[in-house]
Write a protein that binds this ligand. Structure first.
Ligand code: G6P
Length: 367
């Protein structure tokens, strides 16, 4: 009913709008007097220092969180991270021992592939930590440690607030590990913690501007193909932006590392192809602008996404989406929000069954 949907037309819209609260509820109990406190975790500092590798296992959007997490954890903890889809991991004789931390990410905590991968990892001797939304679920119960995302129930098949809260936990964990490993100065630690605390308000700021995204959706809702391009964190996050669009609007879309486009995929760009170019990372901004020129020269229409100060993107992009400034490592948490809204409005304009897209289930409990 409309009441259950909080006055919104779809659960997905309600859940997109709940993200500031969901992220705040996930972060704030774990920050006390400026320190990250994960006191229900039994993992010792000694164990964390001994990890030679972190393996992230998940499916779907949770796997996409893992893709972003690789960049974040490697940057902060300086521990090598490998990310794998759960259904692949099990069948390739993975190299695991007790020096490996297996990090499992799942909204439902019941995805059969993910649960089986977790059990396989445990059998091989890994230490396991899961990031789960549903309290008491199988994955939560079977892990050595669990950090809950406090997103609340998620009803729409296409995840939004679960993705955002999982990513928020990754930041907590990355800063926590970095501190224990002696990788952060006092000043940097305080800076990252305070940036994390600002995240909910910055997400809210983007949501208050949703009409602009609705307008952009009205310009593009009948396109046939969309390519999302970005580098590093932008690439990792664009996997999710692309999945959101294809799963609910049925428009073919793919995400590519921008530098890889020229090695094949650029042959698919023709007059009018929509390319969403993500350029939130300052060091990579100029490189991204060269990629934008490349696709424009082949006829692409470009929707650029960057932070507020990078107005020079307008020299190349046909349309732009701005997100607020904040520390670059956390920008995926902001950039995903306009992409969720874009997918939502496009699907809505196409008259799609947004909360229950064809062929999909919220939780897949068969392998
Ligand atoms: C299904 C859903 C996806 C979800 C994936 C993993 O395929 O349609 O949205 O990302 O399962 O679910 P989990 O509950 O493990 O996060």
């Amino acid at each position: 009913s409309a009441a259950e949907k909080g006055g919104y037309q779809h659960f997905m819209a309600k859940e997109i709008m709940e993200q500031p609260k969901a992220v705040r509820d996930t972060i704030s109990p774990r920050i006390q007097d400026g320190k990250i406190v994960l006191d229900n975790i039994t993992l010792t500092a000694e164990q964390i220092k001994g990890f030679s590798k972190i393996f992230i296992l998940a499916c779907g959007s949770a796997y996409h969180v893992g893709m972003v997490a690789k960049y974040i954890l490697e940057k902060f903890a300086r521990i090598p991270v490998e990310v794998d889809v759960a259904s692949e991991f099990r069948y390739r004789h993975p190299i695991i021992d007790d020096k490996v931390l297996v990090l499992v990410i799942s909204q439902s905590g019941e995805t059969a592939d993910t649960l089986a991968a977790l059990r396989e990892a445990k059998k091989l001797g890994a230490r396991t930590l899961s990031i789960v939304n549903v309290v008491g679920s199988s994955i939560a119960n079977d892990s050595d440690d669990v950090i809950y995302t406090w997103a609340g129930p998620e009803i729409a098949v296409a995840t939004t607030k679960a993705y955002s809260t999982q990513l928020a936990v990754i930041y907590l964990l990355a800063i926590y590990f970095a501190d224990l490993l002696g990788n952060l100065s006092k000043e940097d630690y305080a800076y990252y913690v305070s940036q994390l605390q600002e995240l909910p308000d910055k997400i809210a700021e983007i949501l208050s501007n949703k009409e602009h995204i609705q307008f952009l959706a009205s310009q593009f809702f009948n396109v046939k193909d969309v390519f999302f391009i970005g580098r590093n964190l932008d690439y990792a996050m664009s996997l999710e932006g692309s999945l959101k669009l294809k799963e609910i609007s049925y428009i073919h879309s793919d995400a590519y590392a921008a530098g890889e486009l020229k090695h094949g995929t650029i042959s698919l760009v023709e007059d009018g192809t929509l390319v969403v170019a993500l350029a939130t990372q300052n060091k990579l901004f100029d490189k991204m602008m060269s990629n934008v020129k490349e696709v424009k020269a082949r006829g692409a229409v470009v929707l650029g996404l960057t932070t507020e100060k990078n107005t020079k993107i307008e020299q190349e992009a046909d349309h732009t989406l701005y997100i607020p400034e904040m520390c670059e490592m956390m920008l995926p948490s902001l950039a995903v929000v306009p992409l969720q809204l874009f997918a939502y409005y496009v699907a809505s304009m196409k008259g799609c069954d947004i909360d229950k897209p064809r062929n999909l289930a919220k939780s897949v409990t068969v392998e």
